[in-house]
Design a protein around this ligand. Structure first.
Ligand code: MTE
Ligand code: MO
Length: 389
């Protein structure tokens, strides 16, 4: 049976990408995680229009056909939910109790927001752009129904890679991912990428909506105390996807496979420790290393003695940011970016997972996976980093 998303909650749907099955750069749409605060709204794409209003010279509304006739742009990007990994926190934080899979990587196609804002012509007093979804509902501490809405600072809204997206991996958006049109903000936590867009407004005051004041904020130290910041750009982070937590593997050469990402930056380096963080070894990065995008990595771990081992991975971005070892509780249950130890047991009589230098096996795996799941084989030119073994 083909793999499926792993449900954390049924209604509204909150489900994870099955990360232990990742074998390629792009996450297939049916497996791509879903984060919904409210039920999916019913939208008739033929009647749907996107309004642009507020501090603009020309308030305009657009049909989907009109938007799709504009010059389009495509961006590959990884999206992570700001609450991804919340269930691993020692001190329980409220919110969806995600494992590691509230993340995915896709090719996003649409019209840069900038193109529409230029046509609507922003008035000089504009400081933020507000994006409103068609989904509505209540929260326990907000009994009045409200739409899901978020604003972006002008600079990010006007970045040419910030898209009004109608395609995901080449397919028209599915309802669950925001059809007919969603905002897509590469390098930022998923919460910024408002789905089911209905309205855009240029505003001259900071937006104080629920999803960026009551929720999705963190604390940051200041000389006099702390200040509140809105969850925005993604952290630098890595995840070990094979072996899995609690696996038993054999003596000899074991292949450790993982992912690493760095928000608006690309990954520069990933290192692995198999002794709980005392010593670190650089891994081989596999496939494209690009801004916004995760990279797969592989480490051939030669183990000489049986026992219990604690594995850690640590990513570094091209800008020099390094993944932290511990969680910063000022993040308030968001941006869960610390290196999480993975415990495995090495047994003498267990078959080892990989032989040294089995790059071919990795490629074979990726293609076998595509075939099994009736997906197009990888057309990606896989490059292996490092010196090889
Ligand atoms: N309208 C609307 N947009 C939304 C949300 C939502 O609940 N409603 N959830 C946000 C959050 S928190 C995330 S992580 C991403 C998830 O996008 P996906 O479900 O396509 O993976 O959508 C964002 N956009
Ligand atoms: Mo999210």
């Amino acid at each position: 049976m083909p793999e499926q998303r792993r449900f954390v909650t049924q209604s509204p749907e909150n489900s994870e990408t099955p990360l232990d099955q990742v074998r390629g750069w792009v996450t297939p749409n049916p497996l791509f995680f879903v984060r919904n605060h409210f039920e999916v709204p019913q939208i008739d794409a033929a009647k749907w229009r996107l309004r642009i209003e507020g501090c603009v010279e020309h308030a305009i509304s657009w049909s989907l056909d009109e938007l799709m006739a504009l010059p389009e742009r495509t961006v590959f990007a990884t999206v992570e939910c700001a609450g991804n990994g919340r269930s691993f926190l020692e001190q329980r934080a409220p919110g969806v109790q995600w494992g590691a899979g509230a993340i995915g990587h896709a090719e996003w196609t649409g019209v840069p927001v900038k193109v529409l804002l230029e046509r609507a012509k922003l008035k000089p007093e504009t400081i933020e752009i507000l994006f409103e979804g068609a989904d509505r509902g209540t929260e326990p501490d907000h009994p009045e129904p409200m739409p899901f809405a978020r604003s972006l600072p002008l600079e990010k809204a006007l970045h040419p890679d910030t898209l009004l997206a109608y395609r995901m991996n080449g397919e028209l958006l599915e309802p669950i991912h925001g059809a007919p049109l969603r905002l897509f903000v590469p390098g930022w936590y998923g919460v910024a990428s408002v789905k089911w867009l209905s309205r855009i407004a240029a505003i001259d005051q900071p937006f104080m909506g629920y999803f960026q004041t009551t929720k999705y904020t963190m604390k940051r130290p200041t000389p006099t105390g702390t200040e509140t910041v809105i969850v925005g750009p993604m952290a630098v982070k890595s995840e070990i996807i094979r072996p899995k937590q609690g696996d038993t593997v054999g003596l000899g050469a074991n292949r450790v496979v993982g992912l690493a990402w760095a928000g608006e930056e690309a990954i520069a380096e990933v290192a692995v420790s198999t002794d709980g963080g005392q010593t670190w070894t650089k891994v081989n990065l596999i496939g494209p290393q690009a801004p916004y995008s995760w990279t797969l990595w592989e480490y051939i771990w030669e183990v000489a003695s049986p026992g219990r081992y604690s594995l850690l991975a640590r990513a570094t971005s091209t800008g020099g940011r390094v993944q932290p070892r511990t969680y910063d509780s000022l993040n308030l249950g968001y941006m869960i970016d610390f290196s999480r130890p993975l415990e495995v047991e090495i047994k003498r009589d267990t078959r080892s997972r990989a032989q040294s230098g089995d790059y071919d096996a990795l490629l074979w795996d990726m293609n076998a996976y595509a075939e099994e799941n009736r997906r197009a084989p990888l057309d990606l030119d896989v490059q292996f980093g490092g010196s090889g073994i």
